[in-house]
Structures are given as structure tokens and as C-alpha cells.
Design a protein around this ligand. Structure first.
Ligand code: GLY
Ligand code: MN
Ligand code: MN
Length: 438
């Protein structure tokens, strides 16, 4: 569903910020070849889609504040009966105007002829360099062309500015509509994690669990995962970004599943860890309860006014104290934190922004200081412990225990809302769900 009003508001806000001496140019993503004659599924660029909701490839949005003939111009594919018979429907130029609210629409093939004329007279170009070298070259060639006319009194831009500062700050604060979509993305993914817990049996292969995730995503209208699903059993759970998903699952293994659906352009990112046979061993449960305690402590730090790093600091402290108690680490808690000894078993950070991109945009520091959390921001909270077999100094009972617990958390006016709350999380809840399978 296109949220026209919201896109319109976003374009207006961005144009107010860049000012009338400026022009903004935003191409969507390219189509990438997977192998001979086969393309990867197309996914629009998030910045572009945030402002346009236009879903087709080969499109460039141009924003020109205060342009009398219209401020929003879309270069896109024209309707073409034959191409549409082969490759699918196109909105065409008419659709760009009617469905997507462009003030003007031109064929993408005509961009080299038309765009330099639109850039002329503007002092600044807002454009993100470095994403696509070919497009960077084209933008530079348009400017060069305009500079060639400077003796005729034509004003050529002499400043290139990244859009990130304005646009990514806008994207960091989610609107009510965006939060609704993210809640739905997290709900679908929670259902998928539940489904897998109920389906899993020792002797299955990891890819069979991945198939169950995809099934649940698609049945609920999420056509893609927000990132490649991680289904790691036993020692594979200790590989942070394991995606081969091809091993047989052994009795006694833990399963670490990090998987989230993308729903109407918005990501979810959930990790759950559970015993393949439905019952945690003593060591597995001790380690699990520790990671869970650290995650709950981190989530408690999510509230307006706290800093970005507060949840991470809380998780690290609980994990380090717990590792000492369990005999995994030896020494003084403050020292083990200060000299980062804990990173032997917890080597990543506790979260990231999430939104249209799973690792979403937005600065984590402002003027060198950790950013303050504010209502409308959404972040993940995902501490873990990874203890592969053979780790020097690690007692054998902990070998191949890899645990991560990850939720998507919205900062609210006075605290937080866990968007992924429907995914079972305590050891008891998980065991209960896994024993009561028909
Ligand atoms: N799924 C990638 C991450 O958790 O950041
Ligand atoms: Mn994550
Ligand atoms: Mn994840």
C-alpha cells in the first residue's frame, strides 16, 4: 500500500532542509545479475523508496525546492506493451504522476538530455557519491557540461553534499505508520521462530528449518527475508554470520536462529536459541539464563535520555559477572571489562538501528559523544555468548554452546516496547512450546 501523504511530507521536509539553491538527485538500486540470464530479485534503494514508494528499477528521483513547474521529478521506465508481456507491468510515465505523485515524469533514457538543464542555476547538488561509480561519473559529466557554459552566465553547482545528514536523521525517527509496519514485520518473524521451535527434531538438516522460516514469512505476505537467515546448530552457532545452513542437527545441539522478515520495506531481526531435542542441558541452561539476564538488563536501559551505549554497557557487565560465577572467566569484573577480556566470548556489540535496512541508517555518535535515545528510534538488543570447542582454558562442558538472544525494541515516550515480544524467550517457555507439539 502506497502511503502517498507520508512520502509527500518526507519530500517536503527534506526540501525545506536543503533549501532553494539546491537540487537533490536520488537514483534507486541497480539490477544485479545472479548468473547468466538470471537476476537477483530487485529491491529498491531505501533512501529512494522512503521518498517515493516507487517500486520499479531504472528510476531516478529529482527534488528541486521551489521549482515553479513542480518540485518532484521522476525519471522512469515508459509503458511498453511488448516488454510488459515478457517482464511484467510498468507504471509508466502516467503512473509516475497518478500513482506516485510526481509533478513531472520523463523517460529514463532522456535523463542525459534533461537533467543538466534542471541542475543549471543551482549552487549545490545533494547526492550520495560512492554507491554507484557509473552514476557518479554521469553526475560529474552533467556538472562539467554546465561549467562549460559559465561564460554565458550559467550558474554551475560548486558543492556536492551528501544527503545522509538530513535524510538519515529523518529515517532514524519512525512515524506511527512505520512503527505499525515494523510491528507487523516482527510479528511475522516471531511466528516463524515459533514454527521452527515446534518443527525441529534431531536428525533434520539446518536447511529444513530455514524452509519453515521462509514458509511462515511468505504465508504472511513477507516475500523476502530482511537478510540471509542464520540457522546454526552446535558448533555452527558459534559462527556469528553462519549462513551455509547445510549440516545435520545432532541430539544435544543448541540451535541458534537469527532470522527476520522484511515486510512492506521494513526489516525485523530476531534471534532465538533453543535445544534441538526440546530440553536444555544443565550447562546450556546456565549459559542461556545468563545471556537472557544480560539481554533483559540491556532492554531496561532503553529509554529516552539514556545513551546509545547504555544497553551495551549493561549487557557486558551482566555477562562478565555471570561468566565469573560460572567459571568461564577468572578475575575481577571491572578489570575483565576494562581490558576487554570478555570479548573472548562476546565479541560483537549489543545492537544497531533497524528500519528499512536491517542495519539501519543514523549516527551513533554526535560530536564525539554517544547519541541520546529518543522516542521513535528502533534498535536491536542482541547480546550473546560463543564458546566453540577447543577454546583454550574453557572447561569442556561449555564447548559448542553458542547463544544469542535478539529483539527489536522501540524507544517510547517513557521507556520501550519490544516489537518482537511474540517470539518465546525464557527457557521454560521454549521447553514448554517444544514439548507440547502434536
Ligand atoms: N542479523 C544480523 C544482525 O543481527 O545484526
Ligand atoms: Mn541484529
Ligand atoms: Mn540478527
Amino acid at each position: 500500500m502506497i502511503n502517498k501523504k507520508e512520502c509527500q511530507r518526507r519530500r517536503k521536509r527534506l526540501m525545506d532542509m536543503i533549501g532553494s539553491d539546491s537540487i537533490a538527485i536520488l537514483p534507486t538500486s541497480s539490477v544485479y545479475i545472479r548468473n547468466r540470464d538470471v537476476e537477483f530479485p530487485f529491491r529498491p534503494d531505501s533512501d529512494f523508496f522512503y521518498l517515493t514508494a516507487y517500486p520499479e528499477p531504472e528510476a531516478v528521483a529529482v527534488l528541486i525546492p521551489d521549482r515553479v513547474e513542480g518540485e518532484y521529478i521522476l525519471f522512469c521506465r515508459e509503458s511498453d506493451a511488448e516488454m510488459e508481456t515478457w517482464h511484467g507491468r510498468r507504471a509508466g510515465l502516467e503512473g509516475a504522476l497518478d500513482l506516485y505523485d510526481a509533478d513531472d515524469a520523463f523517460p529514463i533514457e532522456d535523463m542525459d538530455d534533461i537533467l543538466p538543464g534542471l541542475i543549471e542555476g543551482h549552487e549545490r547538488i545533494f547526492y550520495n557519491m560512492g554507491n554507484d561509480q557509473n552514476f557518479d561519473q554521469r553526475v560529474l559529466s552533467w556538472v562539467k557540461q554546465i561549467r562549460g557554459k559559465s561564460r554565458a552566465g550559467v550558474v554551475a553547482p560548486d558543492e556536492f553534499i551528501s544527503l545522509n545528514h538530513f535524510l538519515h536523521d529523518m529515517r532514524l525517527y519512525k512515524s506511527r505508520h512505520e512503527i505499525k509496519l515494523m510491528r507487523q514485520a516482527a510479528k511475522i518473524s516471531s511466528g516463524a521462530h515459533k514454527r521452527v521451535m515446534q518443527y525441529c527434531k534431531p536428525g533434520m538438516h539446518e536447511f529444513q528449518l530455514e524452509a519453515e522460516l521462509v514458509h511462515e514469512f511468505m504465508q504472511n505476505g513477507a516475500r523476502a527475508a530482511a537478510y540471509p537467515s542464520i540457522v546454526g546448530s552446535g558448533e555452527n552457532g558459534c559462527i556469528l554470520h553462519y549462513t551455509e545452513n547445510r549440516d545435520e542437527i545432532d541430539d544435544g545441539d543448541l540451535l541458534l536462529i537469527d532470522a527476520g522478515a522484511e515486510y512492506q520495506g521494513y526489516a525485523s531481526d530476531i534471534t532465538r536459541t533453543f535445544p534441538a531435542n526440546g530440553k536444555f542441558s544443565t550447562a546450556q541452561r546456565q549459559a542461556y539464563d545468563l545471556v537472557l539476564a544480560s539481554q533483559l538488563a540491556a532492554i531496561e536501559q532503553v529509554k529516552p535520555g539514556n545513551h546509545w551505549n547504555d544497553p551495551h554497557d549493561a549487557a557486558v557487565r551482566v555477562l562478565t559477572e555471570g561468566m565469573i560465577e560460572l567459571g568461564i572467566l577468572k578475575g575481577d569484573v571491572d578489570e575483565l571489562i576494562n581490558d576487554q577480556t570478555y570479548t573472548k566470548y562476546y565479541m560483537h556489540r549489543t545492537g544497531h538501528w533497524i528500519g528499512m535496512d536491517v542495519h539501519d541508517v543514523g549516527d551513533y555518535k554526535l560530536d564525539g559523544e554517544w547519541r541520546m535515545l529518543e522516542a521513535g528510534m528502533v534498535l536491536t538488543v542482541e547480546p550473546g555468548l560463543y564458546m566453540p570447542a577447543g577454546t583454550k582454558g574453557l572447561p569442556k562442558k561449555w564447548w559448542n554452546i553458542g547463544i544469542r538472544i535478539e529483539d527489536d525494541v522501540l524507544v517510547t515516550k517513557d521507556g520501550y516496547e519490544v516489537l518482537s515480544k511474540h517470539a518465546p524467550k525464557t527457557a521454560d517457555e521454549i521447553e514448554e512450546l517444544m514439548t507440547n507439539v502434536a
